[in-house]
Write a protein of this length. Structure first.
Lengths: 341, 341
DNA sequence: TATTAGCACTTAACCATTGAGAGTGCTAAA
DNA sequence: TTTAGCACTCTCAATGGTTAAGTGCTAATA
């Protein structure tokens, strides 16, 4: 449906627009990219591309600007991925290696900063959705009066604290028995599975007679009921330098999108299962707040277990090639690093 | 040095400017505030106030605008504090009561959101500087190969995880002995004191012979060496609605200030010792990034122990009265809540 | 002597006009 | 099928004139 020549013109328009935020005209394309065609011909082609929905007009006498569909075509044709051996990236990431040892949260938060510095867009990262992490061990301590502290270790190397309110006093001895029971019963299961099993257990009335075990189940319900991973975003000041966010209205939209972490979390959550770099352009996204932004993300995996999502948020007019290669490299780097450890 | 009338004019100018972001002229003051004086007289007074450094001129034919010194005078004369019984505030805060039970981090993060919603400025909160928190108990677990997880409970109710790299394998049994030793030795001391004691212990060569204890000291060094508290900031989209941040340059400055958490942490840290609401206006602040912003903060204390700092960051043209009362109430509310618990 | 009215002056903000420049669409010729 | 040419459209920046707000100063006033 698109002949070779049209494709080239489309890509030329997009590339030019990405590097230079003004609508691009037929003359520019004819001159800068060595088609042996006159401006008039290019003009005709561009008119066709517009009719097909790949380009638009801000107004009659302005050049062409890509639509989301245009970007999509461009991105899909960008097959050469990830191997832009950007030394800068590698060095930057190596420096962050230390942070990893500390804890995953630290790693993710540093990663977002690095990504944003490298890409000049927003860096995002989300630690794994707890529902798919696997319980390794749980330890319980009486904390303050009426409160129990649960320390949860996962196979992924995460440590989570939960403070649980209790309606009656429980001794440390009781807690030890409870944690013993929980570990023997639930260790090796994901939080999701544990939740489901708890629901089943609860229906067995026999167990409810054992006060301690019903207590244990209460604790579990609290401890494993945590919906989403943590979200990290960095680089707002970086992105405000872009001409795309030169007017107040757009900045407000952006800041709302960034502050409404819930939206982004839901979005990233959907993508955390898939492999490789994924791209969502503008309105392809179902979230209203993000309609004018694009996402380039990749899941990080340790062997086959998802251990988080990292990515870039930027304007639809984004340097997708650069973004893809940064995200790809970073995700692979983190995955590799975690396997080695 | 300032007669009663001048004071009143100054306050009138500032109040008007706070509620309405345009330079205020002599006519406005004469009309809106019932001085029985003509505009001309007000004009003379304003000229005097300008000479004394309380007001400025954006340009010759514009009205007056307060200087930082002017704001300072105004704020100092605002003695009626905190008792603006704002029902809204109270209700909003009560809702957050649940979050407290979870953990302090959650509480602080929610508090910033509430504060920003109520004030329409940035809400900030910093959890306590670890160096002044008191160790209640430490538990050690072998985590992954070569890694030990330290769970630190403080008297303040905080729980901290630290993952510590070990150069040699230690069994769980060893870890239990180590934690037993640490608890008997350091429980009840602040992190600062612990650090100092460790330095002393290390010089006693006798102990170094006991491999386990030297190991323990290694662990401590890692575990208690954490410089600052966590900083939470919320409400950027709120603050972008203000006319004070209507141009790009100012927004960039603001976003840089917000992203450079280190600067704010240092600033808040200085204020975490003092009692009551403290106010820093524009250039009174030593940090360059914050020269055009004001801070209204208060330390939260449990009995006499500092458990964090909360506050508001906004433009120098801030509704200080409202800000002060919100900060004061919130800080007192949190302090009270934590004592009761 | 303190206050006020009046007036000249300054400046920003708004508005309409203008011309240049960029780019298009269309037509007719190659 | 491609291209040259041309009329047309639209933005943008500069220009200039007008208005409104506000000042500072001076002279009159209570």
């Amino acid at each position: 449906m698109l002949d070779e020549r049209s494709k080239k013109v489309l890509c030329a328009v997009i590339q030019n627009y990405i590097s230079h935020p003004d609508p691009v005209g037929s003359r520019t394309v004819a001159k800068k990219y060595s088609f042996n065609l006159s401006a008039a011909t290019i003009r005709n082609i561009m008119a066709d591309l517009e009719e097909m929905g790949f380009l638009t007009h801000p107004h009659t006498s302005a050049g062409r600007v890509p639509t989301d569909r245009g970007y999509r075509f461009y991105v899909d044709s960008l097959s050469a991925r990830g191997d832009c051996s950007n030394k800068e990236v590698i060095r930057g990431l190596f420096k962050k290696l230390d942070a990893l040892r500390e804890n995953l949260d630290m790693l993710f938060s540093e990663t977002t900063k690095t990504i944003s510095l490298l890409s000049h867009y927003l860096g995002v990262a989300m630690s794994p959705d707890p529902s798919v992490t696997t319980l390794k061990r749980i330890e319980l301590f009486s904390h303050r009066a009426d409160q129990v502290a649960a320390i949860i270790f996962t196979d992924e190397g995460l440590i989570k604290n939960k403070i649980i309110d209790m309606d009656l006093n429980v001794t440390q001895k009781d807690l030890n028995r409870i944690s013993g029971y929980l570990n023997s019963e639930f260790s090796g299961y994901t939080f999701d599975e544990i939740r489901q099993r708890i629901l089943k257990e609860m229906s067995r009335e026999k167990l409810l007679c054992d006060r301690l075990i019903s207590k244990a189940i209460d604790i579990c319900r609290e401890a494993f009921f945590s919906s989403y991973g943590d979200l990290f975003i960095a680089g707002l000041s970086e992105v405000l330098e872009l001409p795309d966010f030169s007017d107040l209205q757009k900045i407000r939209e952006l800041s709302r999108a960034v502050e409404d972490k819930h939206t982004i979390v839901k979005l990233l959550d959907k993508l955390s299962e898939s492999d490789g770099v994924q791209i969502i352009i503008g309105s392809e996204n179902s979230m209203n707040e993000m309609k004018k932004l694009s996402l380039v993300v990749s899941a990080c995996k340790e062997d086959d277990k998802p251990i988080g999502v990292i990515g870039i948020i930027g304007p639809t007019r984004m340097d997708y090639f650069k973004a893809i290669s940064i995200v790809d490299m970073t995700a692979k780097f983190i995955s590799r690093m975690l396997v080695e450890k």
